[in-house]
Ligand binder design. Structure first.
Ligand SMILES: [Zn+2]
Length: 62
């Protein structure tokens, strides 16, 4: 899997190949993510995971 970043919307995502267009906004160009962007991607994934977990718990207690 590659780490790709869209120049149009700055979205970073993992994909088997470097796609010609962004999977989020459908534009581009899409280039290889920098180390900094890859770090940021992992940070966001963790936050997302935490949000999913807390919403699951919130749902269970409601
Ligand atoms: Zn995009």
């Amino acid at each position: 899997m590659k780490y790709c970043t869209c120049e149009s919307c700055r979205f970073t995502f993992r994909y088997p190949i470097l796609p010609p267009a962004c999977i989020d906004c459908g534009e581009g160009p899409v280039r290889n993510a920098t180390d900094e962007e890859i770090e940021d991607y992992h940070r966001k994934q963790k936050i997302l995971q935490a949000k999913i977990m807390s919403s699951l718990y919130a749902g269970a207690s409601a």
